[in-house]
Design a protein around this ligand. Structure first.
Ligand code: DX5
Length: 229
């Protein structure tokens, strides 16, 4: 059995204030944050445009572990750009690749950890089937493309299915949830079995982003521990 991972809150830069993102990152680092998420959007896979590889460089310059969530139609073409800038995890969408295991292997061949994500309408089966090639399994709890949306609690059975599969097979794989994670929803995501909780507006939109980060982490660890000792 692989050791339990400590549930970790992962601020999503999409909700950051670009006029003072460096200062916000420094506040989060001082609050104990070690992992941030960079959302990459191409305007085709999702109806929005966001960050390029330089944002990974900004986060790495401040010593963060960085996961890059590729919401693009050509993840294997752009993955090297983000790996080269220091991404620690590169996550592609199941809906954007023809062979998930091969895509994950290609990402791992770049020397980074490989993640696989599913949109709300996509069943979790394809993600469960690819777990052996996965370092991170991402269940979207909003329709990808924008921050500040409502958490989709009906995605929790997907998280529980992943938790059961990973535990049964003793796999070393994060279960990440992304979208609408905040003080009112983080506990149910962690209780379902998620150990990586991406939070954008609930952290960066807070008066005190460091306090919000710490509060979410405490809630996540308490909820996870009570259900997955
Ligand atoms: C949505 C992004 C999420 C989003 C989360 O497509 O992948 O990471 O930024 O933001 P909140 O936490 O505000 O829903």
């Amino acid at each position: 059995m692989t050791a339990r991972k400590t549930p970790t809150v992962v601020p999503s830069l999409l909700a950051g204030d670009l006029s003072r993102l460096g200062a916000q990152l420094d506040l989060l680092k001082a609050a104990g944050c070690s992992w941030v998420s960079v959302d990459v959007m191409d305007g085709h896979f999702v109806p929005n445009l966001s960050f390029g590889p330089d944002f990974v460089k900004l986060c790495k310059s401040r010593g963060f572990f960085v996961d890059t969530h590729l919401m693009v139609t050509n993840p294997l073409e752009v993955a090297p750009w983000f790996a080269d800038m220091g991404s620690d995890v590169v996550t592609c969408h199941l809906e954007a690749v023809s062979d998930a295991a091969a895509a994950l292997g290609k990402i791992r061949s770049l020397g980074v950890k490989a993640g696989l994500a599913v949109k709300p309408k996509t069943p979790v089966d394809g993600l469960v089937a690819a777990l052996d090639a996965c370092d991170l399994a991402l269940v979207m709890t909003v329709e990808p493309g924008f921050g500040g949306q409502k958490f989709m609690a009906d995605m929790m059975p997907k998280v529980s299915a992943l938790r059961a599969a990973i535990d049964a097979r003793g796999l070393d794989c994060w279960i990440q949830v992304d979208g609408g994670v905040g003080a009112a929803t983080v506990a149910q995501a962690a209780a379902a079995g998620a150990d990586s909780l991406v939070a954008g507006s609930s952290v960066f939109g807070a008066q005190d982003c460091a306090a919000a980060f710490r509060d979410l982490g405490a809630k996540a660890r308490a909820a996870f521990g009570s259900k997955h000792p």
